[in-house]
Design a binder for this molecule. Structure first.
Ligand SMILES: [Zn+2]
Ligand SMILES: [Zn+2]
Length: 343
């Protein structure tokens, strides 16, 4: 089969190549990948800014059809339409596994960085981490449920956005737009900020129901948020761009006693004025992957029509065009770019 493989450590070393089809071991299912999205993390892995364990097939946002079952699989059938959480072979014994945080397992391997992922015609996943695709979703929308689960985990589970909150979201990429929709679903007022290159993404944010959009190169977002909050500033900020100036702006516009949640990866150490955390008494939250509860809630939001996924899909390309797809994202021409194996 064809697959996009990180062949060795370091910058680049990603190739489209022929490799044997995988066979499912105990508890595993074999999935024919129907659609798979490119995540910022994949770009970071290409640039060696996020750890990976080569040789490994990249990709972790996907949907597909089950084509074979390993021994001991009991609840999934051939022909099921599925998506998956990312943990592979979580130990089941550590503090994190015991408390339902498989994303933090001390022995964790993850699809697309330390276990073979979805940029391939076929892949394996654990029965226990699969979710069935709701009937109302096609395979392309379903491929966006993993990042939506991350947004739902960050907004609802970890940060606890509530009705009445004023939320500022930095970065109108796919995660920023999903975070915004999840915060709207929770009843918050949402302002999303981007730069001049993001104008079409900001227009889409408006269409998706975000209250206010702002080009931070032109407009005074601090003033805008203070006007909305009786002079205080945002109750909650979500940094979704992984850009140092955006993170600095988030620290500026969040109110005293507010919450700062980091969703984006910077890919390197950054300089931030940590004293702002002290004098503003901020609560800081990181978000790594997601968990079963966040998936469950994300899928309910989609079924209820409170989050829209299709408008986020900007491009569909065959798997062989992976390099062109990565380029689109580096040049900020794409929003969610899907690779379609077998197309
Ligand atoms: Zn991702
Ligand atoms: Zn564990």
């Amino acid at each position: 089969m064809k697959a996009v493989v990180k062949t060795e450590p370091g910058y680049g070393h990603v190739e489209y190549m022929d490799i044997p089809e995988p066979e499912p071991g105990p508890g595993m299912v074999k999935i024919q990948v129907k659609a798979t999205g490119i995540c910022g993390t994949d770009l970071h892995i290409y640039r060696d800014e996020f750890p990976s364990v080569p040789p490994v097939i990249l990709g972790h946002e996907f949907s597909g059809e089950v084509v074979a079952l390993g021994p001991g699989v009991t609840h999934i059938r051939v022909g099921d339409r599925v998506m998956s959480e990312l943990p592979v072979a979580p130990c089941g014994r550590c503090r994190y596994c015991k408390t339902g945080h498989l994303n933090l397992c001390i022995d964790r391997r993850g699809l697309g960085w330390s276990a073979n992922g979805s940029f391939a015609e076929y892949m394996l996943a654990e029965e226990q981490t699969l979710h069935l695709v709701p009937d109302s979703l096609d395979y392309e929308q379903a491929a966006l449920c993993e990042p939506l689960a991350v947004a739902s985990y960050g907004v609802i589970e970890l940060t606890g956005v509530r009705a009445g909150d004023t939320v500022y979201v930095a970065g109108p990429g796919p995660i920023g737009l999903m975070v915004s929709q999840a915060a709207k679903a929770e009843g918050a007022t949402v302002v999303i900020g981007g730069v001049a290159a993001d104008l079409s993404r900001l227009a889409l944010a408006k269409e998706l129901g975000v209250d206010l959009t702002v080009n931070i190169e032109d407009e005074d977002v601090d003033r805008m948020l203070r006007d909305l909050t009786g002079g205080l500033g945002a109750d909650v900020v979500f940094e979704c761009s992984g850009a140092e100036p955006a993170a600095a702006l988030c620290l500026d516009v969040v109110r005293k006693g507010g919450r700062y949640t980091q969703m984006g990866l910077f890919g390197r150490p950054v300089r931030l004025n940590v004293d702002r955390l002290v004098v503003k008494e901020l609560r800081v939250q990181g978000v790594f992957s997601s968990n079963w509860r966040a998936w469950d809630r994300a899928l309910r939001l989609v079924r209820q029509g409170r989050v829209r996924l299709s408008p986020l899909i900007s491009h569909r390309l065959p798997l062989s065009a992976w390099r062109e797809a990565f380029e689109l994202l580096w040049q900020r021409k794409g929003l969610k770019v899907l690779l379609i194996p077998g197309a």
